[in-house]
Structures are given as C-alpha cells and as structure tokens.
Design a protein around this ligand. Structure first.
Ligand code: PEP
Ligand code: MN
Length: 352
C-alpha cells in the first residue's frame, strides 16, 4: 500500500501519516519524487488501514499494491534507487562498468587486470574468490586469500571491488573485504543467503538465475530489501533457451522491463550472457542501447590460460576496444559513460 501525499503538504501532515502507519504496527518508506511524495507501507497491511489513512490531512490517495513484490516495485518507490560507489553513482544518468577476471587466480593476474581495466575507463573491479562451479573438480576459488588479493588491488588502483558470496555464513567475512556483494545466478533462490545479505551493510548485486522469471527475480530482491538493505541492483546474465550455440541468451528485454517494474538499477553481463568472447562487445552494445545502468565484463591477461570462463573473457586490448565502442553508444542514447580519471584523459587525448 502506498500513500500519495498532496502537492504542497506540510511536514506535520507527513509526520502524521508516518505516525499512523507506525501505530498500526508497520514500517514506512519515504520516496520523494519531483512532483509527489509517496509513503510506502512495508508489509501486508489490512484493507481497513486504507480507510484510516485516506482521511488524514495532506493525503491525496491511498493505493494498494497488487504485485507480490512491494519494496522492489516502482509503484512503491517511483524514484530510481541510486547506489553511490566512491566517485560514481549506479542507477543514475551515467553508465558504470565493472570489469575483471571471472576468478581471482594470483596477485599478479588481478593486479595486472585491475590496472588495465582502470586505464580503459572501468569504474569497479570484479573477481570471484568463491566460485560456484558446475563440476566439483573445477577450480573453485582461493577463498579468503582471493579476497585479500582483491583488497590489495583496490588499494593499488582505488577501484571499488565486487565479489561473489555463496553461503550465508560467509557474508560477514566477504563484507569485510568487498564494496559490493554479488549473489550469483545459482543462488537466486538461496533464501537464507538472501536474508543474510539483506542484513549486511553493503550494496548487493543480485544476478538472475538461468531460468528465473522477472517476478521470481524481483521476489528474490524483495527478500534482501525486506531485511532493510535498500542498496540492491539486478544483473541480467543470460537465460537458458533451446539454443546451444551460445552459453546463454542475453535477455535484452529484461532491461527495459525491469526498469519499468522496479526502481532498482539493472546491470547487464554480456560475458555470461553469451559465453563467447567475440559476442561480448555486440551484446554489450545492445544492452547499453536498451538502457542498462551498467555492464559487467570478464577480462583476463591471458584468456586461454584462465582457470574459469576463459572462452568468454576479453584480453586487455579487446576490453579497451569494447570501452571505446560502449562510450559511443552510451553517448548516443543519452547515458554517457561515468567519468573517471582514465576516460577523462582518453577523451582529452582524442580532442588533442
Ligand atoms: C560470475 O560472475 O563469474 C558468475 C559465476 O556468474 P553467474 O552467477 O551469472 O553464472
Ligand atoms: Mn564467470
């Protein structure tokens, strides 16, 4: 249920609405748009609360939310969620790029990649220390040693880091190192994990599962939001279709659909979305053209020798080329690449 306040309502009237919601035993969520202030009632309020709120001073309308997800829905919060990551904002008017290896392998590998992606204009460094692998015999990550390497790379480059957490009991440890917690596709319905990252004081990127519907995805986001963590972004990483030529099919539709249904930022991952390095750039450009708030790109110093996802990883050179094309499309669709010291230097060089 949301309470739409009248234009020009007073602070006292707003306080009165919030007090009535609290009195009824519910939490409220304030969202100030350009025209309207909206107060969301968190939870499943009884229908008679609508009657009580409707008659309060300053109230324009009380609208029940019929969708099963509430906090994640745009009806509940009409304004976009913005996530500040050091110098950049995710979900705002600019495009943000996260890049790095699939898995943290060695300090040299991560350090070299961090420097290369930073120089090409990336904003956030990615790398997995806890790797969900289809086979138990594949490389499953360095664990905490990998987190330490990521932290060193952040220290060296200044790039914030994003890394996956797979188990509820690891959330506390991973949160001590990372700037953003990633919940992987395979854990989209690991409800104890969703609850735990919901209690963490770090932004969370929730990847779509390979056969997750939009509604299921938003309901998983709802788990995190319901625990009080509002810093949630969603990542489209491809779904499984009948096509076997590609690893997955990047669902470009998901980008505008989720942005219509929800206020949460949408990141596209054309690396897992295609599974082949030469498809990453075209799919990334399509995602940017469709309005994605950010990209997640796998980059490796030597993809042929990568311990995970080498086939879809870009070399430094290819990543640099991707960034140049992404910058053009981003500009053309009115969501320019967020400025960094690296891409400011590059555009200066181009102008000179
Ligand atoms: C990853 O980001 O490396 C990863 C494992 O992704 P996903 O969960 O989308 O498969
Ligand atoms: Mn990967």
């Amino acid at each position: 249920m949301i309470v739409v306040m009248k234009v020009g309502h007073t602070t006292e009237e707003l306080d009165g609405v919030v007090a009535r919601i609290t009195e009824a035993g519910f939490r409220s969520n304030l969202s100030r748009g350009v025209e309207h202030t909206v107060v969301g009632v968190v939870g499943q309020p009884p229908p008679d609360l609508k009657d009580d709120l409707e008659v309060l001073a300053g109230v324009e309308d009380v609208i029940p939310i019929t969708k099963p997800y509430k906090l994640a829905s745009r009806d509940f919060q009409p304004v976009d969620t913005l996530i500040q990551m050091k110098d950049v904002v995710i979900g705002g008017p600019e495009l943000v790029v996260m890049a790095g290896p699939c898995a943290v392998e060695t300090e040299e590998q991560v350090m070299a990649t961090a420097k290369a992606v930073k120089a090409a204009g990336a904003h956030i460094l990615r790398g997995g220390a806890y790797k969900p692998r289809t086979s138990p015999y594949q490389f499953r990550g360095l664990g905490e040693a990998g987190l330490r390497i990521l932290a060193l790379a952040r220290q060296e480059t200044g790039l914030p880091i994003i890394t996956e957490v797979m188990a509820p009991e690891d959330v506390e440890l991973v949160s001590r190192y990372t700037d953003i917690l990633q919940v992987g596709a395979r854990n989209i319905q690991n409800f104890p994990l969703l609850d735990e990252v919901g209690k963490a004081h770090k932004p969370v990127m929730l990847k779509r599962g390979m056969s997750t519907t939009y509604q299921e995805w938003l309901l998983s986001a709802e788990y995190i939001l319901a625990q009080g963590n509002k810093q949630v972004m969603l990542c489209e990483r491809g779904i499984r279709t009948f096509e076997t030529y590609t690893r997955n099919t990047l669902d470009v539709n998901a980008i505008p659909v989720i942005q219509k249904l929800s206020h949460l930022p949408v990141i596209a991952d054309p690396s897992h979305g295609t599974g082949k390095w030469y498809l990453v750039t075209p799919a990334a450009l399509a995602a940017v053209a469709a309005g994605a708030d950010g990209l997640l790109i796998e980059v490796h110093p030597s993809p042929d020798h990568a311990l995970a996802d080498g086939a879809q990883s870009l070399t430094f050179e290819n990543f640099q080329a991707l960034m140049e094309k992404v910058a053009q499309v981003a500009q053309a669709v009115g969501k320019p690449l967020a400025k960094t010291s690296a891409n400011a230097i590059q555009s200066q060089r181009k102008r000179a």
